[in-house]
Design a protein around this ligand. Structure first.
Ligand code: BTN
Length: 269
């Protein structure tokens, strides 16, 4: 991957500018800096390696050289998009799942920001906002996708089992082509941000739908119940064991299938 091949391959897409780095701390940090400096809508930062990649809740995100796709897309949301910014995580995850489906795979979205293949995490999305006063001026959508097996960290440091596209497909895919297809899917989905159609797509591909889950909400607050679906603002709806409907908002939350916890299959907590 380099600036020239990437720029050539992405030319047909209506993007802003493209910045490629052989190695960088975090593409999200670079994109946030660039957004402050006036980056155009749909500008993108791509890196072959991240040395300080970040996940949700400031967890480290590993991007060893040549193994993964790591990018941060800068959006300048329009007036009509601004009321729906909480849906962008779903839109970004859907752009990844639709691309993986085109490879014949059956991905799922584990609310709020993970993409799963065969019940294992293959990708994560990290959204960060740039504010001016009380207005959001830019959104940085960072995504990391494990392309080769070498991108998957060892199980002792993972909080949830990981996998890669190579594990699922049995071969390596071009990171540039993967990125082009994801961006193309994102651009096609973007006009649907405020629509029910987007929420339906998101709901259909949701992991653990209809199943018992446990949601840990930071501190010792936990909800156990049936995962019913996603609300219009992207929150999660759970029906707890007393039949009460509980809404879980983004934030310091961790979602897991309850049966796996009982079987102690998922022990990365
Ligand atoms: C998560 O699963 O917690 C989100 C992971 C997001 C990782 C991506 S890789 C590209 C971008 N740069 C970062 O530092 N993080 C995001």
């Amino acid at each position: 991957m380099n600036q020239t091949t990437l720029t050539e391959l992405l030319t047909p897409l209506p993007l802003g500018e493209i910045r490629y780095f052989d190695a960088i701390g975090s593409t999200n940090d670079e994109a946030l800096k660039w957004a402050h400096e006036g980056a155009r809508d749909l500008s993108i930062v791509v890196a072959n390696e991240q040395t300080m990649g970040r996940g949700r809740m400031d967890r480290p995100w590993f991007t060893p050289p040549g193994t993964a796709l790591a990018y941060s897309l800068i959006l300048r949301p329009t007036v009509t998009e601004k009321p729906h910014l909480s849906r962008l995580v779903g839109l970004a995850a859907l752009s990844i799942t639709q691309t993986l489906q085109s490879f014949g795979l059956s991905p799922q979205i584990k609310w709020p920001n993970d993409v799963l293949l065969n019940q294992r995490k293959v990708a994560g999305v990290l959204i960060e906002l740039v504010w001016s006063g009380d207005e959001v001026t830019c959104v940085v959508i960072g995504a990391g996708i494990n392309v080769s097996k070498r991108a998957v960290p060892s199980t002792d440091i993972l909080r949830f089992p990981g996998t890669s596209l190579e594990d699922a497909l049995g071969n390596l895919v071009s990171r540039e082509v993967l990125l082009r297809n994801i961006l193309s899917a994102f651009i096609q989905l973007r006009p649907q941000l405020g629509t029910d159609a987007l929420m339906n797509l998101w709901g259909e591909i949701l992991a653990y739908r209809g199943r018992q889950v446990r949601v840990e909400m930071g501190g010792d607050q936990t909800v156990v119940g049936r995962l019913e679906g996603i609300l219009a603002d992207g929150s999660l709806r759970i029906r707890d064991d007393n039949g009460k409907s509980v809404t879980v908002h983004f934030g310091d939350v961790r979602l897991r299938p309850f049966t796996d916890i009982l079987k102690n299959k998922v022990n990365h907590v």
